[in-house]
Design a protein around this ligand. Sequence first.
Ligand SMILES: [Fe+2]
Length: 191
Amino acid sequence: MKFELVKLPYSTDALEPVISKQTIEFHHGKHLQTYVNNLNNLIQGTKFENADLETIVKESDGAIFNNAGQILNHNLYFTQFSPTGGGKPSGKLATAIDAAYGSFDNFQKEFETAGAGLFGSGWVWLAKDKEGKVLITKEANAGNPLAKGLTPLLGFDVWEHAYYLDYQNRRVDHLKELWKIIDWKVVETRY
Ligand SMILES: [Fe+2]
């Protein structure tokens, strides 16, 4: 299977000022494209040649895992945003967040703290377990909760390439701004 660069459901400048056009162009057009190119090259002639992305993430390691994980992570990341996003989740997801964290505000604080405390490059996720309980997971590098048997719902990229052009070292400021562009309708469909 040949993997392709995920299409953005908005224009490259649509998420400004939270994420600049320049950051989107580098992050999506360069960084993610490189992971896609790498994976397509790496899987040639291996047992993963015709596997889907989720299977590769669950069953691979090393360079294949790193590139497949980053494609899955970024596909979820880039499709969870909307220029008209923000606000709060509703329905079953909102109920699950309240049950786990007491309130949406408290969940946001814990999510930001997890992202701020992740040393080096990685991701902070809201994930769902088999019973429908939600939890925050911190993943280093290309990690995704899928590899632990969980379903990823919402992911914040804390690699510097996600924010350095716009926020330099101010990772926490970037994480706080991201809430303004979250399309909760998309996240709810993953629950
Ligand atoms: Fe990234």
